[in-house]
Design a protein around this ligand. Sequence first.
Ligand code: SF4
Ligand code: SF4
Length: 79
Amino acid sequence: MGLSSFFKKRKKEDKKKEEVDCHININMDGCDACGKCSIACPNNVLIIPETVVTVRDSQVCRSCRLCMAVCPNNCITIN
Ligand code: SF4
Ligand code: SF4
């Protein structure tokens, strides 16, 4: 495999990863860091490190949508 095709492949893989990463959409402006989504998530996908929720690891999300259901501000969308 040539160097350029190696980087092309890497780029594609990175894009794929981005697409997987963005299946959890969070409206940060509406989040008040109440922590309900983080507590509800059975896979510890969401954490509240500071003042807004953060996706710790989207790869372990099972799209159960519990986080969506408990958010009082409707900040989360799972695609
Ligand atoms: S959809 Fe389910 S597994 Fe994914 S972040 Fe929300 S609660 Fe966690
Ligand atoms: S439940 Fe909603 S408001 Fe609360 S931390 Fe999660 S995203 Fe933010």
